[in-house]
Write a new protein. Structure first.
Length: 97
């Protein structure tokens, strides 16, 4: 049997590290989750800001009342616990794959 041909000369890829290139890598779109995350975050931000302005200017008086659920600490504590639990659960499910 004939011997396999010798491998082609491998060329090593050189990467630029540190300096301005390290900082600019934060803004690359290829392979990044930021563009898809911004597609969700920007509309949510716009809706939240619009609601806050409407509440502050008196267009939604039901939300600005002193007995509003939005001013209760217990509601926010429960919501924060739920979101934290879901993040930890989802992360542990992703790690177990």
């Amino acid at each position: 049997p004939a011997a396999p041909p010798p491998p082609a000369a491998a060329v090593m890829i050189t990467y630029t590290s540190g300096g301005i290139w390290y900082f600019l890598k934060l803004f690359q779109c290829k392979g990044s989750v930021f563009p898809s995350a911004l597609m969700v975050a920007i509309p949510c931000t716009a809706i939240s800001a619009t609601l806050k302005i409407a509440i502050d200017r008196g267009y939604l008086p039901g939300f600005a009342a002193d007995d509003s659920i939005l001013k209760e600490n217990q509601a926010w504590s429960g919501f924060s616990f739920l979101v934290g639990f879901l993040v930890v659960f989802r992360t542990s499910q992703a790690y177990s794959r």
